[in-house]
Design a protein around this ligand. Structure first.
Ligand SMILES: [Zn+2]
Length: 58
């Protein structure tokens, strides 16, 4: 299972994208289908300065 972290750049805090999902920002984890048919996890970290983050990968 692949885990992809989407982390806001230049955020005010350091995000833990080392593989765990216990970042201080309380990231949203959702299952996503991989290109080879397997399932992976998309971990969307939240910016703490108010910005919204959009995943644009297709
Ligand atoms: Zn985070």
């Amino acid at each position: 299972m692949a885990t992809v972290h989407v982390v806001p750049v230049n955020d005010l805090i350091e995000h833990d994208s080392s593989g765990g999902q216990d970042c201080v920002c309380g990231p949203t984890t959702e299952p996503v289908p991989g290109e080879d048919g397997s399932m992976g996890w998309l971990v969307s970290h939240h910016s703490l300065d108010g910005r919204e983050l959009r995943e644009q990968r297709r």
